[in-house]
Design a protein around this ligand. Sequence first.
Ligand code: ZN
Ligand code: ZN
Ligand code: ZN
Ligand code: ZN
Length: 224
Amino acid sequence: MSLECCFCTEPTQDTCTECTVSCCSRHLYKHRLGGFCQPWKISQKPGIGRVLLASRNISAWERVVYDEALVVVPDYIPVCLACLDKVNGDHRCEKCLWPMCGKEECKNHPNHELECKVFSGKNLQPQIEDYSSIHWAYSALAILRVILTSQTSLENKEALEMFMSHVEDWKSDTKVCEGLARVWKFLETTLAQSSINEEWCLFEYELNSHVTWHKHTQSLFLLS
Ligand SMILES: [Zn+2]
Ligand SMILES: [Zn+2]
Ligand SMILES: [Zn+2]
Ligand SMILES: [Zn+2]
């Protein structure tokens, strides 16, 4: 009998020693993320897409899913690129000049490290008139963060590539396409990220993220 990894669905003879579900050695850490055996396997359903199916009986009130965000990014409102609190223009990153909150712990913060290197010395900070209104530069920043995260490790790249494509659903919305085209032009012309598939980044990110309203942030979860 052919057995499939509960996470990547590739054939495997490996199993989890705790619960005996089929799981390749590369994805055992995903199955055990959170310190318990997650009771599901990933599957595809025609007309729906990727779904989670129970891999064993699940008790009432049992924790079913534990996931960690691959990327946390600003929503569309100007925020500190380290802690994602709101900003008012009084403080800026000393290197790239994007607005920051001014807290000491937000200086040289790892959350902002990758994009800061890209922006530094290039005069790419947004021109913001109203700090309480949405600004397209934060959409561009969000997508850039997804791109840069995918480049930090093969694991992240593979995880981001597992997101489902919804490109066709969005292509008919001209407003969305216009806005995203502007963002893409910014990324392409100023950052030379030509190796990335434009549609993949823009559409996957938009449709696979959760908005956490209390802090104007969005998080990309593989299981969402
Ligand atoms: Zn696997
Ligand atoms: Zn297990
Ligand atoms: Zn901050
Ligand atoms: Zn910076």
